[in-house]
Write a protein that binds this ligand. Structure first.
Ligand code: ADP
Ligand code: MG
Length: 689
């Protein structure tokens, strides 16, 4: 049976795909032919940059054009394991290819045939060698592509299978609805959507590729901004519970705090209270570096809400953080008779039932929890304020679900989102375009500056000595494991365990140590964290799961292995786990590899303790990708915007304004429906107001 190929054709019906490959595509988020068009390569091999064999250096990934001299017999080393060698040459030199377990290839490599080969050059004792290079036959009069796309894979998909499926659907480009009006494309020098999409899959040179990316990124950012703006207009409705400061004893709350609020905290509280007094739902982001005191600000808002007779909830990304918040809120709020309860999935079923009952009948004022809080079994009597900590773990969708959840009598809850990820201003307007922003740009007084050192791997022994000294004088230390590529969680666990074993058997014998990684159950993680906080363990070896929010004032050292692999903002986040007590803290960045450039990046960490400056530096060096990544986890993914340059963000200003002012203009129909689609996809099918 043959069916006509359209944009909506399910992926498994595309020629050469079928069930198994179709499922693999679905795992990659590709369900239809048009999804496949938008499945842009994650990278490109620059095979058109052909080098002379003699000019290549050891370890270099490169393309060469060769003629086959002779191919050896295929040797069976043992059952199912074969090898053969091929001698090849270009005008500059002779070298060898080695192929393991590819006996079928030997037949193609006959003497005199010419190929373009792409692989890693190895220069050894006996000359140059490439292992299993990728080969393309050179045919007179035919031009090989300059770039060869590399797609994300999921087994049993191969690059070849994806490339051939893409070739099948590529003619559909022409039917993609154009998002950008002709006048805008002309003014900005952009391509049509059809051209740009085709080029993404088979670019012929660097300039063309850059222009295609720019075109798609421009449309993507515009769409995203339109979607955010429509979310914002929903927030302008007068459907929230206005709160009042009157008769709430708010002064006595501030007086009860063990410290005086910083000016930044006071300003943020004022902005938040002003929002809460209005009948429009608040949608505010409280952005502040680690340790800037976001919790106290949130506690003030929660206090106000409860003293107005309503419930509030606070949502954290992990159970550890949720229980820490519960303790802190109890400290701040229980003296005023405010009842806070923890609701996380790790609780016994009876306990969960009890808390849910209390939330439904109103006997519990404040719920603190993880997303378990927003599962369908939880109902509030009258929740008027929802606080979400560490925004970058949440997406637009989770926020919306939380809001829907907390709606009562047709009223929306006010929403406060807290984030410890400093985002450069130029980006935050766009990334958080659906939120008003309050900034905590000042740390509480008397905070010890964290000293940051950059050392080479060779100096590890000195580092261990320093850590031992610190522990002998009562301190505690974090060791952050090297980052695993591709975030494979299973190998992540193994790497963490190996690192733990090495440290505990070779360098810190007799010192009690704990291990924390992403594959542990939340209750196991909490138990490890508890041991470290109480001092039962003195060293905590961890993957980046300690990244957010955890507070252990006795921890005074952090060692981060292979620091060059982390983004600067992420290093800054990690570093914020120490320096929380009165003792001086050190963060040691161990550079395991990389070049001068990575050394320079790490020096920024050494010289700057201001998270916003670190973020600006990150933006300058690595582009906006990392920051969009924050927004990306588990929701809308930016296919192109993440690689775009920063100036593109402000370049969309004019168009966004014009579209919003002229929504009836037929040229804007397509991009407006793309924005509506985005909202739909991110709202669990509920209507967006
Ligand atoms: P974060 O913004 O990282 O969530 P926290 O709210 O956890 O920061 O606050 C960090 C620490 O600083 C806590 O121990 C808190 O009690 C303390 N703190 C908060 N505000 C002040 C202040 N104005 N003066 C002194 N200490 C403060
Ligand atoms: Mg916090």
């Amino acid at each position: 049976m043959s069916i006509k190929l359209t944009a909506q054709t399910p992926i498994k019906f595309i020629k050469g795909i079928g069930e198994a490959r179709g499922e693999a595509f679905t795992r990659l988020g590709v369900e239809t032919a048009s999804d496949l068009l938008a499945f842009y390569p994650r990278a490109y091999e620059e095979r058109g940059n052909v080098r002379r064999i003699s000019d290549t250096i050891d370890g270099e990934l490169c393309a060469i054009e060769i003629t086959v001299r002779e191919t050896s017999k295929v040797k069976m080393l043992r059952k199912g394991f074969s090898v053969f060698r091929t001698v090849v040459e270009d005008e500059s030199n002779v070298m060898e290819f080695v192929f393991f377990n590819m006996p079928f290839m030997a037949k193609a490599l006959t003497s005199g045939r010419r190929f373009r080969a792409y692989g890693r050059m190895k220069i050894g004792l006996y000359g140059r060698e490439m292992t299993s290079p990728k080969l393309e036959p050179i045919i007179e009069g035919e031009k090989l592509p300059y770039y060869v796309p590399v797609y994300r894979l999921s087994p049993p998909l191969t690059q070849k299978a994806i490339a051939s499926a893409v070739r099948e659907v590529l003619p559909l480009c022409e039917s993609l609805p154009e998002l950008l009006p002709e006048s805008v494309r002309a003014a900005k020098g952009l391509l049509t959507r059809a051209e740009a999409t085709r080029i993404m899959h088979c670019p012929s040179d660097r300039e063309e590729l850059a222009l295609a990316r720019r075109t798609l990124a421009f449309a993507e950012i515009t769409t995203f901004r339109l979607a955010l703006s429509s979310m914002r207009s929903g927030q302008k409705k007068e459907n929230a519970q206005p709160l009042t400061l009157k008769n709430t004893g708010i002064k006595s709350f501030f007086a009860s705090l063990p410290f005086e609020l910083t000016n930044a905290q006071k300003r943020s509280v004022k902005e938040i209270f002003a929002d809460l007094e209005k009948p429009n739902p608040m949608a505010r982001l409280l952005q502040g570096d680690v340790g800037s005191g976001k919790t106290a600000v949130a506690a003030a808002a929660i206090y106000l809400c409860v003293k107005n007779g309503f419930q509030a909830c606070l949502m954290a990304p992990t159970e550890i953080l949720a229980s820490q918040h519960k303790k802190t809120l109890d400290k701040f709020l229980s003296p005023f008779g405010i009842r806070t309860e923890l609701l996380v999935s790790g609780l016994p079923a009876a306990e969960k039932r009890r808390v849910r009952q209390g939330l439904a009948d109103g006997s519990i004022d404040v719920a603190v929890g993880t997303h378990a809080l927003i599962t369908d079994a939880t109902f509030f009597k009258n929740c008027a304020l929802a606080v979400a900590d560490e925004q970058h773990r949440f997406g637009v969708r989770q926020r919306k679900t939380l809001l829907d959840k907390s709606e009562h009598n047709g009223k929306r809850a006010h929403m406060l989102v807290m984030s410890a990820t400093p985002i450069p201003r130029s980006l935050s307007l766009i990334i958080f375009g659906d939120l008003d922003i309050s900034l905590l740009d000042e740390l509480p007084p008397g905070r010890q500056k964290i000293e940051t050192k950059v050392v080479k791997k060779e100096d590890s022994l000195k580092v261990y000595d320093l850590v031992r000294g610190e522990i002998e004088s009562g301190g505690r230390a974090y060791f952050v494991c090297p980052l695993i590529e591709e975030g494979e969680s299973e190998s992540d666990r193994r790497a963490a365990e190996e690192y733990f074993t090495e440290l505990s058997t070779e360098h810190f014998r007799g010192i009690s140590m704990g291990l924390l990684h992403g594959r542990m159950k939340p209750s196991e993680k909490a138990a490890e964290m508890e041991k470290f906080a109480s001092g039962e363990t003195k060293i905590l070896v961890s993957t980046t799961v300690i990244e957010v929010g955890v507070d252990v004032p006795e921890a005074t050292v952090m060692v981060i292995e292979n620091a060059e692999c982390f983004g600067l903002s992420q290093l800054h986040q990690l570093r914020g786990r120490i320096g929380r007590g009165s003792k001086k803290s050190v963060c040691i960045l161990v550079q395991g590899g990389g070049n001068d450039q990575s050394a320079d990046r790490l020096k920024i960490m050494r010289d700057t303790s201001d998270g916003f400056k670190v973020a600006e530096a990150d933006l300058e060096r690595r582009g906006p990708g990392d920051f969009f990544g924050e927004r990306q986890s588990g929701e809308f993914s930016f296919a192109c915007a993440a690689i775009g340059d920063v100036s593109l963000l402000s370049e969309t200003d004019g168009l966004v304004k014009d579209i919003l002012a002229n929504t009836e203009n037929s040229e804007y129909t397509n991009i407006l429906s793309a924005a509506a689609m985005f909202l739909l996809k991110n709202s669990d099918g509920r209507t967006v107001n």
